[in-house]
Design a protein around this ligand. Structure first.
Ligand code: B1M
Length: 222
């Protein structure tokens, strides 16, 4: 059983989505995360086990390599896509309650900001870390975050901003959300954002990269 989980983990680590995918070149023609996950489920391996022993450790490896600048955005996107290939077989078990997630993470790019590449990476890594992710997209108004949090009590919010101008809306979103739901945990990130800025706007945590976001969320779920 461990062999197939190791193979799934390897596919995610190196971005092998499915058999048809030519990437990475040295795995061309081999089955990918998609086929192997389907096979693992057919063999009776529990979706939780595939997630915990295959996908999560692989995404952790990817996140750490990215933080150490050993891999870059394109490689990380391929890993996230491979994870997506595996997750499509696992997701139905979450809805049926057979598999459990660590919590709910609501993420969006703040009002006025259309940049979503970094936000999408964070969303995919957090999902790979075992969380349910609700992605509200770009240019998200405070009201939309508020509505989502009210629909999902106990969730954690993530805000991304890429423009110095939209850092202002990040500040007002944090202020408004905290006024309405003081206990809400808010994580922020994005190229111009810093930990000093986080302190200034009273958000709970700043992460410069997706792996830091996953680690923060996991610290909340423990
Ligand atoms: Co824009 N843009 N852009 N742009 N753009 C920047 C950000 C800019 C620095 C370029 C420049 O001038 N050198 C500049 C901002 C300057 C400033 O604010 N001081 C800029 C500008 C000015 C603009 C426009 C105003 C240009 C114009 O129209 N005149 C305009 C604004 C549109 C708007 O948002 N309202 C604009 C538009 C665009 C495009 C639409 C063309 C496109 C976005 C496409 C898309 O996202 N779908 C775009 C792009 C691609 C960029 C650059 C080139 C790349 C951004 C990116 O995706 N980086 C960027 C210049 C640059 O960075 N070289 C630039 C890769 C991504 C993986 O990194 O998003 O930082 P990043 O995410 C990282 C971390 O920050 C972190 O994790 C990720 C992985 O490590 N992270 C989080 C991100 N969110 C997080 C959340 C977390 C935790 C970590 O927790 C919740």
């Amino acid at each position: 059983m461990d062999t197939i989980l190791n193979e799934i983990a390897k596919c995610v680590e190196f971005g092998k989505i499915d058999k048809a995918s030519p990437y990475p070149p040295d795995m061309k023609g081999q089955e990918g995360a998609d086929e192997l996950t389907k096979a693992a489920i057919e063999k009776g391996i529990k979706p939780d086990e595939i997630l915990e022993k295959g996908l999560i450790p692989a995404m952790e490896l990817v996140g750490n390599k990215f933080s150490r600048n050993e891999i870059f955005v394109p490689e990380m996107l391929m890993s996230a896509k491979a994870m997506g290939g595996a997750m499509k077989h696992i997701k139905p078990f979450f809805s049926s309650g057979e598999a459990v997630r660590k919590g709910i993470f609501i993420i969006g790019t703040v009002t006025g900001d259309l940049h979503d590449i970094g936000k999408n990476l964070v969303a995919m890594m957090v999902e790979g870390g075992g969380w349910e992710v609700i992605d509200l997209g770009v240019d998200v108004k405070t009201e939309k975050f508020l509505e989502a949090v009210k629909d999902h009590p106990g969730s954690v919010v993530g805000l991304s901003a890429l423009l110095t101008t939209t850092m202002q809306s990040m500040g007002s979103t944090v202020k408004d959300l905290k006024e309405q739901i003081p206990e809400l945990k808010i994580l922020i990130g994005g190229a111009p954002v810093t930990d000093d800025f986080r302190k200034m706007i009273n958000a709970d945590f700043y992460s410069p990269d997706p792996q830091g976001a996953v680690e923060y969320l996991n610290s909340l779920s423990n």
